[in-house]
Every structure is written in C-alpha cells, then in structure tokens.
Write a protein that binds this ligand. Structure first.
Ligand SMILES: [Zn+2]
Length: 197
C-alpha cells in the first residue's frame, strides 16, 4: 500500500471505530459546530492541538502557523479570530507556543531560509523587545526557551490589541485570552499565566 493510501485506510478504521462506540456522533457533528475554544498554535507536527488536550472533533476551532504568530496584517489569522469571536462566540482564545520551536530557533540565527525569512522577521522583533533578558541567560537552550515563552506573551498581546477583541470587550462579550506553552519532551502543557479578559 502506498504511504498516502495508509492515511485513507486509517481514516476508515477511525470512522468505523467512532461510529461503533458512539452511533450518533457524526450525526451530532453534522448539525454544526459550537466550540468554546479557539486555539492558535504552531504548525509543528509534534503539537497537534486536539490530541494534546484530549479534545474530540467539534471541541476546538484551530489556527496553526509557523511559531504561533498573530500578525496584525495576516488576513488569514485575523479572519479565523473574527469568525471565532463574532460568529462562534468562543469563550477562550489560547495562544499556544512550544519549546524547541523550529521557527523560533531559526529566527535566532542569521541563516537564510527564503520566503519564510519575512515571517521570521516578526519573531526577531519579539527578540529585540526582550533582548536584555534573553541575552543575560547562559545557554542557547535557555535563550530559545525564553524566546518561545515571550513570543507567546507578545502574540497574546496582539490578539488582545486586535480590533476584533477590542470590539468584543467593548460590547461586553465574555471572552478570555490565554498563553500556554507545550513541552514536546514530556507532553506537558503549561499556563504562562498571562490571561486577559
Ligand atoms: Zn514551532
């Protein structure tokens, strides 16, 4: 079997298993979605949003990109946030970073990677904002870890400063923004305690 057909076979097996365990599951999902959470995470294959929080289909609305960035001119990310806030009325937005993030690590070098260098420029900006604290650390690993954390903090701020959240809060909508970080080496998700409401 070719590698790609394995995926289709695995899907068939999964769909049958779910149906056997919960016969009404897909029927229930067909009626629509009303997730309480919007997850903005990294595209890294080791940080699958649903899996690491034990969520099932329908639980979370997800946007992922390299290094979980929220850029004020990124119409893709902003559209996801707007739909989640204005239409789905999610209660929580989680920006989730992770240690050992390739995007964060790449932004700390002067190497050229092509088009993505423009994207990484935004992480370099985050680095400059926190440079003193980061440079004071001893090891490269400590520096990378802190940049991963402060990057989450800055992206939480970007979500909060977006016109979408400002308007939602203005009209009294109940919605909180959180910053989490995930450790790929032990599977543990940590709250960075930067929640805003
Ligand atoms: Zn990453």
């Amino acid at each position: 079997m070719s590698d790609i057909n394995i995926l289709l076979e695995k899907n068939k097996a999964w769909a049958s298993k779910v149906k056997a365990e919960q016969p009404e599951f897909f029927e229930y999902l067909s009626a629509g979605q009303s997730p309480e959470y919007l997850w903005i995470g990294c595209a890294d294959s080791r940080v699958p949003a649903n899996e690491i929080i034990g969520a099932i289909s329908g639980d979370i609305f997800v946007h992922r990109n390299i290094a979980n960035m929220v850029i004020h001119t990124d119409i893709n990310c902003l559209s996801v946030i707007q739909y989640a806030v204005d239409i789905l009325k999610v209660k929580h937005i989680i920006v989730c970073g992770h240690y050992d993030c390739g995007g964060v690590k790449a932004s700390m070098t002067d190497e050229e990677y092509g088009l993505i260098d423009n994207w990484l420029g935004h992480i370099k900006d985050v680095y400059r904002l926190h440079q003193e604290k980061i440079d004071a650390l001893e090891t490269e690993k400590e520096k990378q870890d802190l940049l991963c954390e402060v990057n989450v903090l800055e992206q939480v701020k970007n979500v909060c400063n977006s016109s979408i959240l400002r308007k939602a809060w203005e009209r009294g909508q109940d919605i909180k923004v959180h910053g989490f970080i995930y450790d790929v080496s032990d599977g543990v998700l940590k709250d960075l305690n930067v929640s805003v409401d």
